[in-house]
Design a protein around this ligand. Structure first.
Ligand SMILES: Cc1cc2nc3c(=O)[nH]c(=O)nc-3n(C[C@H](O)[C@H](O)[C@H](O)COP(=O)(O)O)c2cc1C
Length: 403
């Protein structure tokens, strides 16, 4: 797509989502967009950001704003990283490579999913950059180990262990659309795919969809491997698994899927390098808090020992700033980069990253902050009512003590 047109039409992440919705067959769009059960947590992740406001001090004067962050000794151009998402190649041929290239050009991290449609070695060769590899704890430790060893050999720097996916969440949009293993598309679903001609033609020219990171396990045709992965997941996995991985992986080890402050403390004590406060974008449990709601207690528990990252519902630069104000070092995005990939491959992802960058810069300029270090809890607006309720609770307690 012509750059100017993309810029004009994809003026926000929400606008990019709309463009993706029109370009993708419904079953594919819903696979990305949907979440577990009633999708309460999907909505909660986003609305939690609306509950917070920032208190600007515009006359501090900021001629130049710096939004770079340092993570594991490396400078990133901004606090927005690409999170792991399986099957990106279903949106755009070899989509993972497109996303990784956009991330490298933007000076940020690309996290490759276990369920990518390209081999990690191939991606690292054609899209080198700041790469992290995501794995699960499998019943067969040698599978986890081979993922990690291959990632290290291929030049991936970080290893992300996702801990909230040992049993698959119930994604009801997928059930309705017949997007299951094996697929059960109805005629209307197949017709809908045929009507999305540009997507269909693109995919027809793409390599066969598979999950080649599992090549060791035999036929990696996407549905056959998908069915088997579920059986390989170890629901009995516990902290011993993390301790084992810590001994074995020398580079940055990142635990993704933390919501409980005690788990955050445990991760620190094991020597994990970072944690991602995450509920898997509301795709697993539909009974949990928004990631943003869980963040402050986790940040307090970690007490500055390791950087805390966050994902889930980050749709605006202002959302990123709010997460940083609550103590996150950076945010990961899941669906937003997929919408960009679906619309225009690498160019679409680059545009999504540019939107965040511009919005963060605008918030910083208008609020009077020229460095991310200035963004902490003090920049959050505390409604008077909340202060009053704290005061009245205190005075009630005092009165009862004096009685
Ligand atoms: C289509 C899709 C596939 C995903 N696949 C993975 C995966 O393979 N591994 C993983 O750890 N997380 C996976 N996630 C979760 C994301 O990494 C991330 O936690 C979540 O999308 C963040 O929320 P957001 O989409 O609101 O930004 C996936 C998310 C989506 C939308």
């Amino acid at each position: 797509m012509q750059e100017g047109i993309l810029k004009q039409r994809a003026y926000s992440v929400a606008a990019m989502r709309d463009l993706a919705r029109r370009r993708l067959p419904r079953a594919v769009f819903d696979f990305v967009d949907g979440g577990a059960e009633d999708e309460i947590v999907v909505g909660r992740n986003e609305s939690a950001f609306d509950e917070l406001s920032l208190l600007p001090q515009p006359m501090r004067g900021t001629s130049r704003r710096d939004q770079s962050v340092e993570l594991f000794g490396k400078k990133l151009n901004g606090p927005v990283l690409i999170g792991p998402t399986g099957m990106t190649g279903m949106l755009w041929p070899r989509g993972e490579i497109e996303v990784a290239r956009a991330a490298a050009a933007a000076g940020t991290v690309y996290t490759m999913s276990h369920g990518a449609t390209v081999r990690m070695e191939d991606l690292a060769r054609v899209a080198p950059g700041n790469l992290w590899m995501q794995v699960f704890a499998y019943k067969d430790r040698s599978l986890t180990q081979s993922f990690a060893e291959r990632a290290h050999e291929a030049g991936f720097q970080g290893l992300v262990l996702t801990i909230d996916n040992q049993v698959l969440g119930q994604r009801e949009r997928d059930l309705r659309n017949g997007f299951t293993i094996p697929p059960q598309f109805e005629f209307s679903g197949l017709l809908d795919m045929a009507l999305h001609v540009r997507w269909l033609l693109r995919m027809a020219r793409a390599p066969r969809l598979s999950m080649p990171n599992y090549e060791r396990e035999g036929d990696t045709g996407v549905f056959s491997i998908g069915a088997r992965i579920v059986g390989w997941m170890d629901a009995s996995a516990n902290w011993k698994e993390v301790e084992w991985l810590r001994r074995f992986w020398a580079g940055p080890l990142i635990l993704k899927g933390i919501l409980h402050p005690d788990d955050a403390k445990r991760a620190v004590s094991i020597g994990v390098d970072s944690i991602v406060v995450s509920n898997h974008g509301g795709r697993q449990l539909d009974v949990v808090p928004a990631s943003l709601q869980a963040l402050p207690a986790v940040v307090d528990a970690v007490a500055g020992e390791i950087p805390v990252l966050l994902d889930g519902g980050v749709r605006r630069g202002g959302d990123v700033v709010k997460a940083l104000a609550l103590g996150a070092t950076a945010c990961l995005i899941g669906r937003p980069h997929l919408w960009g990939a679906a619309v225009a491959g690498e160019q679409g992802v680059a545009r999504v990253l540019e939107i965040y960058r511009t919005e963060i810069d605008r918030v910083m300029a208008l609020c009077g902050w020229d460095d991310l270090d200035q963004i902490d809890r003090s920049v959050l607006f505390e409604p008077a009512a909340k202060n009053e309720s704290v005061l009245s609770a205190f005075s009630r307690k005092l009165t009862s003590m004096l009685k």
